[in-house]
Design a protein around this ligand. Structure first.
Ligand code: ROI
Length: 173
């Protein structure tokens, strides 16, 4: 049985919309994995330093046979292929791929914390997550809807919808 993982995508450099769409295609091409669903794209104000462009955010739902750390390696390869350079903490980036959830796994290692430590405070993660899985429950029993009511707002605006021609469509993947 494959595991189900939710991955948060974020970009604010070099045509962020295209970066996010490109990463969605890359996710669907990962070995032993396939994309089950993906959210609309959202624009958000930066969390952290304000002297950087707005972000484009989305969430993908992936079925995968990769173990959590194998998945992390695969995501970092996609980030590297899309020219991600790890510079200052919370600075601008071409693409950021974070594992938000991996089944109901709870883990805390140097490389990976599951669920993602900051996900519940960020509407740019929770809104797209709730869009594709409105009934989702975190491993601690809190629902995505409860978390959404309490999280910080980053002036989210939906920039594509399901019937928007610009959205990556299933047959493109
Ligand atoms: N801010 C927003 N709005 N969206 C992001 O994806 C994002 N990613 C980050 C930091 C720098 C924390 N800020 C962000 O890594």
């Amino acid at each position: 049985m494959p595991s189900v993982s939710y991955i948060a995508l974020g970009s604010n450099l070099n045509n962020p919309k295209q970066q996010v769409k490109h990463a969605l295609l890359a996710l669907d091409s990962l070995p032993h994995s396939y994309l089950l669903a993906y959210s609309s794209l959202y624009q958000s104000a930066p969390m952290g330093p304000q002297d950087q462009p707005p972000y484009v955010n989305a969430v993908a739902k992936l079925a995968t046979e990769l173990a959590p750390l194998e998945l992390l390696d695969a995501l970092q390869s996609i980030e590297n292929e899309q020219g991600r350079i790890r510079e200052k903490r919370w600075g601008a980036r071409t693409i950021d791929l974070d594992i938000v959830l991996y089944d109901h796994t709870i883990m805390q290692t140097e490389r990976l914390t599951l669920p993602h430590y900051g996900a519940k405070e960020r509407d740019f993660v929770l809104r797209p997550l709730a869009e594709i899985s409105p009934l989702l429950i975190f491993p601690d029993g809190e629902s995505v809807q409860q978390a959404l009511q309490q999280c910080h707002s980053y002036e989210l605006e939906k920039i594509t919808t399901d019937n928007d021609q610009e959205t990556v469509s299933r047959h493109e993947l």
